[in-house]
Write a protein that binds this ligand. Structure first.
Ligand code: PRP
Length: 287
């Protein structure tokens, strides 16, 4: 029987949809249904297990799944380290401490002697220790933000993404404990060669998808005397392509630009004399 790599992903929750989208963008076709707990890809040797996020590290550690997609927060909260193979660039959120909006204890130091509700007791305990804050940790498995309003705790430490859950519960952030995102994890034992080859191929695809998300294709026209300056602004993966335009004294320059720098680069390009700037999304980028 030919080898099949097993990957564990969240069945429901903040990473579930984006994990499946990533696999789809890697060209992997899956049949998924509301009740299916596993699915075999039609066109790639991959089986997907749909699990509760807290269970994913243990399944990977035990070798039931070869790799898994999980939030960094879940991985660290488990305590037992597992190899992070790749940061996946989605599911960004932060684990933050928040207090009631009108509380007179609104700094980290002022939490000493107070109760903090959280579903991340291990990470919080470490953070409080590092900052010499002697607070009591009250562990809850969910609905953490409600704890202060029902008298269960003075503060909370929970995941924040848009911040709307904190606002709707009358809470304000006072400290960031951890910045989290989705990560690809693998077990400590080496995979058999055929599975390792599948994992390597999957990683190449995941990196290509991730690169493409961060990068835009850019085309522009510029007078020839501006070309050297523009090349320094958009050096691209290796170097830009430069094509002569039909209009004499002008060139067309093609390159790639990082999403993070995008607006600064556009401003600088215009100042350098670029015209007709066209920016396109990239579907995949293999470096
Ligand atoms: C998380 C977290 C908060 C909420 C924050 O819950 O526990 O309740 O998201 O998101 P926001 O800042 O965008 O409002 P999640 O929906 O992941 O489910 P959980 O209750 O199982 O943790």
């Amino acid at each position: 029987m030919s080898a099949v790599l097993r990957i564990a992903v969240q069945k429901t929750g903040r990473l579930a949809e984006d994990s499946l989208t990533l696999l789809k963008e890697c060209g992997i076709e899956l049949q998924t249904g509301k009740v299916a707990l596993k699915s075999q890809a039609a066109n790639f040797p991959l089986e997907v297990l749909f699990l509760r996020d807290n269970d994913i590290p243990a399944y990977v550690d035990d070798g039931v799944a070869d790799i898994g997609i999980v939030g960094l927060n879940v991985l660290l909260e488990r305590g037992k380290p597992l190899e992070i193979r790749e940061k996946l660039g989605f599911g960004a959120c932060r684990l933050a401490i928040a207090v009631p909006r009108d509380a007179d204890y609104d700094s980290l130091d002022s939490l000493s002697g107070r109760r903090v509700a959280t579903s991340h007791p291990r990470i919080l305990a470490e953070f409080l220790k590092q900052h010499s804050v002697n607070a009591e940790i009250h562990e809850l498995s969910g609905s953490v933000e409600i704890a202060p309003s029902i008298g269960l705790a003075d503060a909370v430490c929970d995941l924040v993404s848009t911040g709307s859950t904190l606002i709707s519960n009358g809470l304000v952030e006072i400290a960031t404990v951890l910045r989290s995102e989705a990560v690809l994890i693998e077990g400590s034992s080496a995979l058999e060669e055929s599975k390792q080859a599948i994992q390597n191929e999957l990683l190449v695809r995941m990196k290509a998808v991730k690169q493409a998300r961060y990068t835009k294709y850019i085309m522009l026209n510029a007078p020839n005397e501006s070309v050297q300056k523009i090349i320094t602004l958009i050096p691209g993966a290796k170097s830009p392509s430069i094509l002569p335009l039909a209009a004499s004294g002008w060139s067309s320059i093609h390159s790639v630009v990082q999403e993070d720098d995008f607006w600064d680069v556009i401003t600088a390009l215009k100042a350098a004399g670029a015209e007709g700037i066209l920016v396109l999304p990239i579907e995949k980028l293999v470096m």
